[in-house]
Design a binder for this molecule. Structure first.
Ligand code: ATP
Ligand code: MG
Length: 588
C-alpha cells in the first residue's frame, strides 16, 4: 500500500509496450477497413483503416460508473490518444433485464466529463444482434455449435469440476438441421425461458471450464431498452463481446484480470468466424490488467446499491459515493482523475491503492487551479477595541499565491471581525501560536493584533475575543512586516460576511477495508462523513456559480454544489482537506 512515485506522463507500462511492439511490427497496418463496424464481407472493399490502434471502453448500462471505471476509461482513451488511434465507447447491452436508458445517459456524461471524446464511435452490442445470430447459425452449420435442451441444473451437474472432466450432453450430436430448426424457433419466441440453450461445441474435457461447451444464447422473453421485443434470445457476454470487438476492428481489447481464463474462448469464437470468412483479420487481442482496488471504498455494485437503497447516502450522486457523479459533486476534477490513472499505472499484479493517493492527485490539481477565498467555518467574534467603528479598509488578498497573474481582490477590514473559534485558546497548548490572553497574531493581509480579553456567556463560553491592533503593521505597507509574530489567522468583516451552507464531507468508511473478515461493511460506515455547517464567507463566494472551485484558506478545497447552489446562494462541498489527516488516524 505504498505510494507510487510520481511518474512522467510518458512512462511505460506493459500495455504500452505491447502496443508499441505491435506498431513497430506493423501488426495492424494492413486493415482493409473504412472505419465503420462490419463483417469481413462488408469491409473487404473498404479503404485502409487510418487509425493506428483501436481500443474500446465497454460498460454495461446497468449502473453508474465509479472510480474503477475511470481507470479503464483513462487507459483505453489515453492509449488511443497517445498512439494516434481511436477509442470506441460501446455499451455492452446484452442483458435486457438490468439495463436502462438512465444509465446509458449517465455513462455518456461521465466519459465526457472525464475529458474524452468518442467522436462518431458510439456503439451498442445490441446493434450486432443480427450479425451475432447469423454467425451463430454459421457455427451450427459447421458443426461448431448445437442447441442443448437440458435443464440448467442438468447442465451444471455435467460440467465437471476443476479436477474432473465434464460429460457430453445427450443433445451434443443432434443433427445440424435439428439444431438450426430449434435455434430458429428459440428466436421466434416459441419456447419458454430456460428450455433450450445454444452452446458452442468445443470440449467437455477441457481443463479450462470456460471451454466446456459454453452457452452462446439463452431464451429470455424480456424487453430490451433498445431492441424492444424483437428478440427472445440474448447472447452471453462471452459470445457477444469478442465478436463486437472484431466487428469494430478493435486492435487491443483491454479488460480486467478475471477475464484471463475467458481469453481462449474469446479467441476460439473469433478464429472460427474468421476461418469462415465472416470476420476481418487481424483479430483483436485481449489483454488483461489488474482492476483498481482502493482502500476506504467499496466498488461492488451490490454494495453501492445497498448504500443508496437503504439511504446510508443521499443517492447515487452523494459526494461521498465513489461514483463519478458523486466525485464530480464532491469537487474532484477530471484532471485529478487522469493524473491518478497515470500515477497508479497498470500492471497484472493485484494490489491496493491507498485512498490518499487519489486525494493527493485531487489536491495537486486543485492547488494549481483553485482561487483562494476566505471562509470561517466555526465563527466567533473578534472586536478590535482601538479601531474606529465607522472605518472600513480594503486589504489586498492574492487570488493565488503562486500565480500573481490571477490578481488580487479587496477584502474589507472593520472593527468587528469573524475568526475561527479554534484560533483562540484560553490556555494555549504548547506550540500554539494563535490568539490567547496577551498573545499577538497577524490577521492575514491586515494588521497584527494583541489579545486583551474575552466576553463569556453565563455558561462560560467565549462569545467575543477582544484585541488591539497596531496601526504600523498593515500588510503591504513599508515596514509592516518588521513586527514578527508566529501566528497568522484568517478573518472576515462581520459587517460584510455572508452566510453559506458548507458540507464538510469526509471518507464514507472508517476502515481501510470495509467489511473485512465477516464484518458487515455497513458497520464500518463513518458516522461523521457528512457534517453541515453554516459558515461565514466572503461576499464573492456567496455568488459563486455551480462547480466553481476554491481553496478556503487553511481549510481545504471546496466546490459550489452543482445541484443545490442557487443564484446568489452558493452551497459548498468540501472536496478534500489541505493535508492528509487520515495517515495519522490509521496509524493509531
Ligand atoms: P459488472 O459486474 O456489472 O460487470 P463492472 O464493474 O465490470 O460490473 P462494466 O460495465 O462491465 O462493470 O465495466 C466496464 C469496464 O470497466 C470493463 O472493461 C471493466 O473491466 C472495467 N472496470 C470495472 N471495474 C473496474 C475496476 N475496479 N478497475 C478497473 N477497471 C474496471
Ligand atoms: Mg463487467
Amino acid at each position: 500500500m505504498s505510494k507510487p512515485e510520481p511518474q512522467a506522463p510518458s512512462s511505460s507500462n506493459f500495455i504500452r509496450q505491447i502496443v508499441e511492439a505491435d506498431l513497430e511490427a506493423g501488426n495492424y497496418a494492413a486493415r482493409n477497413w473504412g472505419g465503420e463496424p462490419g463483417t469481413a464481407e462488408t469491409h473487404r472493399s473498404g479503404s485502409t483503416d487510418p487509425a493506428r490502434i483501436r481500443t474500446r471502453f465497454p460498460p454495461e448500462p446497468n449502473g453508474y460508473l465509479h472510480i474503477g471505471h475511470a481507470k479503464s476509461i483513462c487507459l483505453n482513451f489515453g492509449l488511443a490518444q497517445e498512439y494516434g488511434g481511436i477509442c470506441h465507447l460501446r455499451f455492452d447491452d446484452t442483458n435486457p433485464t438490468k439495463e436502462e436508458q438512465e444509465f446509458v445517459d449517465s455513462i455518456l456524461d461521465a466519459v465526457r466529463w472525464l475529458g474524452f471524446d468518442w467522436g462518431k464511435h458510439l456503439y451498442y452490442a445490441s446493434d450486432y444482434f443480427e450479425h451475432l445470430y447469423r454467425f451463430a447459425r454459421h457455427l451450427v452449420e459447421r458443426g461448431l455449435a448445437y442447441v442443448d435442451s437440458l435443464t440448467a441444473e442438468e447442465m451444471r451437474a455435467m460440467r465437471g469440476t476443476l479436477t474432473e472432466a465434464g460429460q457430453n450432453s445427450p443433445h451434443r450430436d443432434r443433427p445440424v438441421a435439428e439444431s438450426l430448426d430449434l435455434l430458429a424457433r428459440m428466436c421466434a419466441g416459441e419456447f419458454p425461458d430456460g428450455t433450450h440453450v445454444l452452446r458452442a461445441k468445443i470440449d467437455m474435457a477441457a481443463p479450462n471450464i470456460n471451454l466446456r461447451d459454453p452457452a452462446m444464447y439463452r431464451i429470455r422473453h424480456a424487453s430490451h431498452h433498445r431492441t424492444g421485443d424483437a428478440w427472445s434470445i440474448y447472447p452471453t457476454y462471452d459470445w457477444a463481446h469478442g465478436v463486437s470487438d472484431a466487428l469494430e476492428n478493435i486492435t487491443h481489447s483491454i479488460c480486467t484480470l478475471e477475464f484471463e481464463d475467458h481469453r481462449p474462448l474469446y479467441n476460439w469464437f473469433n478464429e472460427r468466424l474468421a476461418e469462415g470468412g465472416l470476420l476481418n483479420t487481424p483479430l483483436p487481442q485481449q489483454i488483461e490488467f489488474a482492476r483498481l482496488n482502493l482502500t476506504y471504498v467499496v466498488l461492488s455494485k451490490r454494495k453501492l446499491i445497498q448504500l443508496v437503497e437503504e439511504k446510508h447516502v443521499d443517492g447515487w450522486d452523494d459526494p461521498r459515493m465513489p461514483t463519478l457523479v458523486g466525485a464530480r459533486r464532491r469537487g474532484y476534477t477530471p484532471e485529478g482523475f487522469r493524473l491518478f490513472a497515470e500515477r497508479i499505472g497498470v500492471s497484472r499484479a493485484d494490489s491496493w491503492i491507498d485512498y490518499s493517493v487519489l486525494e493527493d492527485c485531487m489536491r495537486e490539481d486543485l492547488n494549481a487551479r483553485a482561487e483562494r477565498r476566505i471562509a470561517v467555518l466555526d465563527p466567533v467574534k473578534l472586536v478590535i477595541d482601538n479601531y474606529p467603528d465607522d472605518r472600513e479598509e480594503l486589504c489586498e488578498a492574492p487570488n493565488h499565491p503562486q500565480k500573481p497573474e490571477l490578481g488580487t481582490r479587496p477584502v474589507p477590514f472593520t472593527r468587528e471581525l469573524w475568526i475561527e473559534r479554534e484560533d483562540y485558546a484560553e490556555v494555549p497548548p504548547k506550540g500554539y501560536f494563535r490568539l490567547a490572553p496577551g498573545a499577538e497574531v497577524r490577521l492575514r493581509y491586515a494588521y497584527v493584533v494583541k489579545c486583551t480579553g474575552v466576553d463569556k456567556d453565563s455558561g462560560g463560553n467565549v462569545i467575543a475575543v477582544h484585541c488591539e491592533y497596531d496601526p504600523d503593521t498593515r500588510s503591504g505597507t513599508p515596514g509592516a512586516e518588521k513586527k514578527k509574530v508566529k501566528g497568522n489567522i484568517h478573518w472576515l468583516s462581520a459587517r460584510r460576511a455572508q452566510r453559506s451552507e458548507v458540507r464538510l464531507y469526509d471518507r464514507l468508511f472508517l476502515s481501510a477495508n470495509p467489511g473485512a473478515g465477516d464484518r458487515d461493511f455497513l458497520a464500518d460506515l463513518n458516522p461523521e462523513s457528512k457534517r453541515i455547517v453554516t459558515a461565514l464567507v466572503e461576499p464573492a463566494l456567496a455568488v459563486a456559480r455551480p462547480e466553481d472551485r476554491f481553496q478556503f484558506e487553511r481549510h481545504g478545497y471546496f466546490v459550489a454544489d452543482r445541484v443545490d447552489t442557487r443564484a446568489g446562494a452558493a452551497v459548498f462541498n468540501r472536496a478534500v482537506t489541505l493535508r492528509d489527516t487520515w495517515a495519522k488516524k490509521s496509524a493509531t
